[in-house]
Design a protein around this ligand. Structure first.
Ligand SMILES: [Zn+2]
Length: 225
């Protein structure tokens, strides 16, 4: 699924079939906006002079993850804002958010993917559709708290954007990306993760000067049996 003003993914088949030389051959062209499907926001997306995709150090993209589960609060509220209290509640149970953590926000919203009305708030497209967007995000107050009080490597959310759908000024983007903290958007399957003690590998397509890129993000969870 793509942002309402972004070009959607398109695959053009160049070849697919048996050749007259006896071998099978398949090849395609593709066209896509950077910010669609599961993708990364590079710092330069909202912060002048900051890192583009290929400049993000791998240390920010590979490392220990934690999950903040706010799905109980967000499930009936498509305008839910992840709050400082949500982080404090996690820390009461698990200790301080560890230095260098990749912080994943589980709003439960990805269960609506790919139903546009439920996931984005609208099936309309274009700039007119922006004010119709409804999905949870991170509150600017909580983003500020995170960058001022904890040292995290990256953040991710199971909605189309780290700022909620009704955001006008994209403040959480600005706050995080200005600190060179990349954001992963449209991630999924967070319900399968524990609250902590897992590894994240989040490798984007390495687009030179990219403001974002398609992202392959996986978690490695230790078996505890
Ligand atoms: Zn994005």
């Amino acid at each position: 699924m793509y942002w309402v003003t972004a070009k959607e993914f398109k695959l053009d088949i160049v070849a697919k079939g048996d050749t007259d030389k006896g071998f099978f051959y398949a090849a395609n062209n593709f066209e896509t906006a950077e910010h669609g499907g599961t993708h990364i926001d590079a710092p330069i997306h909202f912060s002048k002079g900051k890192q583009s995709v290929e400049e993000i150090p791998l240390e920010k993209l590979i490392g220990h993850g934690i999950k903040i589960d706010v799905s109980a609060n967000a499930s009936n509220n498509p305008d839910y804002l992840v709050s400082i209290e949500d982080f404090s509640n996690w820390e009461k149970e698990n200790g301080l958010i560890p230095e260098g953590a990749i912080v994943l926000l589980d709003t439960g919203h990805s269960k609506h993917y790919p139903d546009k009305i439920k996931y984005l708030g609208t099936d309309k497209r274009g700039s007119e559709a922006i004010k119709l967007l409804h999905f949870p995000g991170l509150s600017p107050e909580a983003a500020t708290w995170l960058v001022e009080n904890r040292t995290i490597n990256a953040i991710g959310i199971d909605t189309p954007s780290i700022d909620f759908g009704q955001s006008e000024y994209f403040k959480s983007h600005v706050i995080l990306l200005s600190e060179n903290i990349p954001a992963f958007e449209n991630i999924t399957n967070l319900d399968q993760l524990p609250q902590k003690d897992f590894e994240i590998i989040a490798l984007p397509m390495k687009i030179k000067d990219g403001s974002g890129a398609p992202l392959r993000i996986i978690a490695k969870v230790e078996e505890t049996i």
